[in-house]
Design a protein. Structure first.
Length: 121
């Protein structure tokens, strides 16, 4: 069963293309480390909720757009080995500081799928 990393990120709306390029730049590194796929979605219909919502979860401001991403791995062991190897690489650690968003407000987590249907296109 695959393993999924999920991310919710507030990105300055003006940095849309810079953010897309950032993800495109890093994808080959994750793919080489064993990741199976990456999906990056730019917020289009992200309403304010009554109790909670994506906007408040990441403290998005009026000049930011919420991005929702997920990356799949063949399994959790592959993901854990890849992250360990990447975090132990000094070149990677320095490069990750060049993010076009406030990484302190990024929400992420690893998830074990319990139902997967269809194929995303």
């Amino acid at each position: 069963m695959p393993y999924v990393d999920g991310f919710v990120i507030p990105v300055p709306t003006a940095n849309r293309e810079e953010y897309r390029a950032h993800e495109a730049k890093w994808w080959p590194t994750f793919q080489k480390a064993g990741a199976s796929s990456l999906t990056v979605c730019w917020g289009d219909d992200v309403p304010a909720g009554k109790q909670t919502d994506f906007l408040r979860a990441v403290g998005a401001t009026k000049d930011e757009t919420v991005v929702f991403c997920w990356m799949t791995w063949p399994d959790k062991a592959t993901r854990e080995a890849a992250y360990k190897k990447m975090m132990d690489d000094p070149a990677m650690a320095g490069s990750m500081n060049e993010m076009p968003f406030d990484g302190k407000r990024l929400i992420y987590g690893g998830f074990e799928p319990i139902l997967m249907e269809g194929t995303a296109k």
